[in-house]
Design a protein around this ligand. Structure first.
Ligand code: SAM
Length: 230
């Protein structure tokens, strides 16, 4: 999958994508990531300004439409044939969950638009954005961290990215529940013992225990998941 990220702060992505699973996914050519600086697409060549005051007298600044639409057009040109969807990361979007993450898996390419300041001019959203995604009910300073969250969540579900895709399918939310507790060696740690059932070698019993624990934890912490069938 091709990701084209439109941002005012390309440097923020350097560390985030240069290690671990995302780095390996790029090396294996399972994903490709291109970062574009929205500032390069400003018509104001002298100051490269990208923002202006909002109509209506609200405090703060808004991203002007033209640097964003120019960068989207350039991105679409480079992804011709891939039918890229434009995703704007915004607190007003659909709240991200594992089902929404899975719904992106059929895409060949995504353009991730990171807002800053008070956000972007509504006309960009109305005419250029296919989907608006929020990573939660709080406000961050920019869309860069949300774009990293979305890219990571999608990437780990692409076949071949994780050593064992089953591992992702056992994670929280994949089957609609939170994950059951996990233990590793040593068997005893500070007088705490790994539950006997996990040492029994009885796979049917282990599976039953894991399902019961996942159900208990979900009931305690996220009963909404059981009601929504998320
Ligand atoms: N005025 C906007 C509002 O009230 O919805 C908030 C703007 S926020 C300070 C700046 C940018 O950060 C947004 O344009 C968006 O790209 C990003 N952002 C902030 N919180 C986010 C969230 N929870 N999910 C996704 N993007 C977020």
């Amino acid at each position: 999958m091709f990701f084209d990220i439109l941002t005012l702060f390309p440097g923020m992505f350097e560390g985030a994508f240069s290690d671990s699973i995302i780095k390996r996914a790029v090396e294996k050519q399972l994903i490709s990531i291109n970062i574009r600086n929205i500032r390069d697409f400003s018509h104001d060549k002298k100051h490269n300004s990208v923002d202006d005051y909002p109509y209506g007298g609200d405090a703060g600044m808004l991203l002007r439409p033209e640097p964003i639409t120019n960068s989207i057009k350039e991105s679409k040109k480079s992804l011709v044939g891939c039918n890229p969807k434009v995703v704007y990361l915004t607190p007003s979007g659909e709240r991200l969950n594992q089902n929404i993450v899975k719904s992106f898996l059929g895409e060949k390419s995504l353009i991730l638009l990171c807002g800053r300041y008070k956000g972007v001019d509504q006309r960009v959203i109305d005419h250029y954005v296919d989907r608006e995604i929020s990573i939660g009910d709080y406000v961050l300073s920019g869309g860069e961290v949300p774009a990293m969250v979305l890219l990571d969540a999608i990437t780990r579900l692409i076949p071949g990215v994780l050593g064992n895709l089953d591992s992702a399918q056992e994670d929280s939310f994949y089957g609609g529940l939170l994950s059951h507790p996990q233990y590793t060696r040593p068997e005893y740690f500070e007088d705490m013992k790994v539950p006997d059932v996990l040492l029994s070698g009885n796979h049917a019993k282990i599976r039953q225990w894991q399902q019961r624990k996942a159900m208990e934890i979900t009931q305690q912490r996220r009963p909404d998941l059981l009601n929504e069938g998320n």
